[in-house]
Every structure is written in C-alpha cells, then in structure tokens.
Design a protein around this ligand. Structure first.
Ligand code: OGA
Ligand code: MN
Length: 212
C-alpha cells in the first residue's frame, strides 16, 4: 500500500468550488497508483458482485433499466484499497465541515460499471428535504479515455441560464456537486466505464431513509 499513500490531499479547490458554485470538476486529482489500485480492486471481485443498480426509496426499491443500466457494488472496507479511499473522503468531509459547516456525517460509495451502451438518464441524487444525501463525489478509473468513447457525465445547471458541464470519465478526475441541486446524466459509451460514486450524508432522523 505504501506506493499509493499520499498523506495529505489539498481539498481547498474542492471546498472553494462548492462554496462558489455548488460544484467542481478536478482533473488528475487522485494520483495514478491509487486509481490503479481501485481498478484492480473491482477487477478482483467475482463477476456476480456487481449487480444491477437500484432506484427508488425504502419499500419501493426496484431496478429500472429504462433509467439506468449500470452495475454497482458498495465499498465496505473489505480491502486496504477501499479503506484508503474512504479515509481520503473522510478527510474531505472534515474540510467541508470545517469550512462550509455542512454537518456531513456518513460517507457511502459504490463502484459503478457501465458496459458499452449503458447509461443513467437525467436525475438528481437527492430531493431537498427528502434525502440525507448532501454532497456527491464521482471518481473515474478509466485510462486513455478519448472523446470518441462517449460516456460523458453531463451536469445541467440548476437554472436554465447556467453552464452545462460535460466531463469525460478520465482516470483521476474527481467531480463534486451538491446532491440536490444539479440534474445530471451519464451518456452511453463505446467501452466499459468504471467509477466510484459516493455521497456524504447528514443522517437527520427527520428525513426518511433512502436506500438507492
Ligand atoms: C450516480 C451518477 C455519474 C457518473 O451514480 O448517481 O450520477 O459519472 N454517476 O458515474
Ligand atoms: Mn447521480
């Protein structure tokens, strides 16, 4: 694990971007050795470990391949690589809480595999007042991703005036945004597309549990 240890990440750009515009895209944010370790971590999973992603809330959990067709696997800290990534995200949480007083508590994240042609139609990760998810993170694990491979994450502005962001899922790129503000979608690609999607939660008991 020593090779992938980078003790301190400077999350100032992420904190500033969230404060200023509620979102940010950070190419080459996570160094190549950790990206490789995460990719190997997924590749070592048995094939059935990645299962069709679910949408919906408690009691209505369903898979709906009209909305999304990727396969996911929650990170549970079962390998040093997973624990290391989770530790980095804990450090991001601390900085967000210290600087922006977001009161973030838990972090949950899953690997997502989009095979060629897979997609996730436009959605919000959280609905205001109805979810504990506050901040979304997406980290991409794909080496040598070219524009012609497709698979962009498209992030739409909260209002019609704002800028539309198109993000290629390049290895090391980290995306962060407020979960209940930005509609976004994943366009189909011509090759496999791997990412780690995660959410910082506030765990307010007044808000019903969400399990997607
Ligand atoms: C999600 C999501 C975006 C991506 O998992 O909710 O929107 O680019 N992922 O993988
Ligand atoms: Mn999403």
């Amino acid at each position: 694990m020593n090779a992938i240890v980078q003790l301190e990440y400077d999350f100032t750009p992420v904190v500033d971007a969230l404060a200023e515009s509620g979102m940010g895209v950070f190419p080459q944010f996570i160094a190549a050795p950790l990206i490789r370790a995460l990719r190997h971590d997924v590749e070592k999973l048995p094939q059935h470990a990645l299962t069709p992603a679910a949408i919906g809330r408690a009691h209505q959990l369903q898979t709906d391949d009209a909305i999304r067709s990727d396969k996911t696997r929650w990170l549970n800290g079962e390998t040093p690589t997973q624990r290391y990534y989770q530790a980095i995200m804990m450090s991001l949480k601390q900085q967000l809480n210290r600087s922006l007083f977001l009161g973030l508590k838990e972090y949950e994240c899953h690997y997502a595999l989009y095979e060629a042609g897979d997609f996730y139609k436009t959605h919000l990760d959280a609905f205001r007042g109805r979810s504990n998810r506050r901040v979304t993170t997406v980290l991409y694990l794909n080496e040598d991703w070219q524009a012609h491979h497709g698979g962009e994450l498209v992030i739409y502005p909260e209002t019609r005036q704002g800028k539309i962001h198109r993000v290629l899922p390049n290895a090391g790129t980290l995306v962060c945004f407020l979960s209940d503000v930005f509609p976004h979608e994943v366009l189909p690609a011509t090759r496999d597309r791997l990412s780690v999607s995660g959410w910082f939660r506030i765990d307010d008991p007044a808000v019903p549990a969400i399990i997607l």
